[in-house]
Design a protein around this ligand. Structure first.
Ligand SMILES: Nc1nc2c(ncn2[C@@H]2O[C@H](COP(=O)(O)OP(=O)(O)OP(=O)(O)O)[C@@H](O)[C@H]2O)c(=O)[nH]1
Length: 368
């Protein structure tokens, strides 16, 4: 019998495979994260019968491939070996509200196969639907699942395999946080990105900065201070507010277009938004490249109120720090552009070498 070809992931590192038993929540995760579906609307999703792929581009092109729980990928008519050999991460979804012993056996079987075919694969487990569990029960379930998975892998002789666990739900931001961390492991430029964001924080009065994929609200990088989920929520919601407000205004023909009247091609408008919060902090958003936006929370310690209560000088201080931030963010954007062009060059060289000159030296290695 001819082998059924599962969808072919184009880029080795950038494909995430989403697996798990039926009704675990895979389609719901894809719909909520990548299509902005309201979590309650997922109640009516039908069971998926064919593998589906979501594409999204950040600094690298990524795809998330969902394999329906009802199919058995170890039947001879599926070319599972090719599939597993070409993916960056295996994300296994476990329904924590259901009896999960079968899921753990299934997980171990898949890990055994995937690890044999592709030892570099990242194995990520989502302990999903935790919204229905009490705080105590969540911790117990996590401990139990980690323990049992470890035991099963040990029995299979796979003690060295690294497995990461995340507690997730589509009803809060935990699913975005988990996907952000999973995606970040697949971005080779991550250390450079984090360095750049750390530099930005050090040289501006920024408390926290994220580089977001605007569509999915996954953050592809952040500075090295710990992520507080409330700050993440505020920053992610600021993207939606900015886009909604931006859609309200139509560019008038004498306005920004008139400014470009000297140049023949009108430059596309760059999204930028600044909002002053009631506690004195500022939210700052600026569009970067390839569907990415930088969102920063600027602290208010530069706001100095004079003895007479005048606020003029505080506004002046804030304006000054915003000018510095603008300047630094523009530099960061230019570096991102260079980084992206370099990574394109490297992957083009690799493809070229693989196809034509397998022995030539790596032309792109002196990149970033
Ligand atoms: N409480 C809760 N329910 C969820 C969550 N995520 C998904 N669900 C529900 O779980 C049910 C099954 O979700 P699906 O996304 O269809 O599951 P699936 O894994 O794609 O299932 P197959 O397509 O059969 O493989 C739906 O009714 C969802 O509303 C969650 O985080 N919390």
């Amino acid at each position: 019998m001819e082998a059924t070809l599962l969808p072919n992931p184009k880029d080795t590192n950038a494909t995430i495979l989403l697996m798990g038993l039926r009704r675990g929540g895979k389609s719901s995760i894809c719909k909520v994260v990548f299509h902005n579906m309201q979590p309650l609307d997922t109640l009516y999703l039908e069971s998926t019968s064919k593998p589906t792929t979501e594409l999204f581009s950040s600094l690298i092109d990524l795809s998330v491939m969902e394999l329906p729980g009802q199919l058995n990928y170890f039947e001879p008519n599926y070319d599972s070996e090719r599939l597993f050999s070409s993916i960056g991460a295996l994300v296994y979804v476990i329904d924590s509200q259901d009896e999960y012993l079968n899921a753990l056996t299934n997980l171990s079987m898949i890990v055994e196969f995937a690890y044999k075919v592709n030892p570099k694969i990242n194995i990520e487990v989502l302990i999903h639907k935790i919204d229905g569990l009490s705080e105590d029960y969540r911790i117990d379930a996590q401990r139990d699942i980690m323990q049992r998975t470890g035991d099963e892998l040990l029995d299979l002789g796979l003690e060295g395999v690294q497995v990461s666990f995340y507690l997730t739900s589509i009803f809060d931001h935990s699913i975005y946080e988990a996907f952000s961390r999973i995606v970040q492991k697949l971005i080779p430029e991550l250390p450079s990105l984090e360095n750049m964001l750390d530099n930005l924080v050090q040289h501006s009065s920024i408390d926290k900065v994220f580089l977001f994929d605007v569509n999915s609200k996954i953050y592809v990088a952040t500075d090295s201070s710990p992520v507080d989920i409330q700050t993440y929520e505020v920053c992610a919601e600021f993207i939606d507010i900015t886009i909604d407000l931006d859609d309200l205004y139509i560019e008038d023909s004498n306005g920004s277009q008139a400014k470009n009247s000297n140049s023949k091609v009108a430059t596309p408008k760059e999204l930028k938004s600044i909002s002053h919060l009631s506690n004195g902090s500022i939210l700052y958003l600026k569009q970067m490249i390839r569907g990415l936006a930088l969102v920063a929370l600027i602290r208010n310690d530069d706001v100095r109120i004079l003895n007479d209560g005048s606020s003029e000088s505080s506004i002046g201080t804030q304006e000054r720090s915003l000018t510095i931030i603008d300047y630094n963010v523009n530099l960061l954007k230019k570096s991102l552009m260079k980084m992206w062009e370099n990574s394109k060059l490297i992957s083009r060289n690799e493809q070229y070498e693989a196809s034509e000159h397998p022995s030539t030296a790596d032309l792109g290695s002196d990149g970033i």
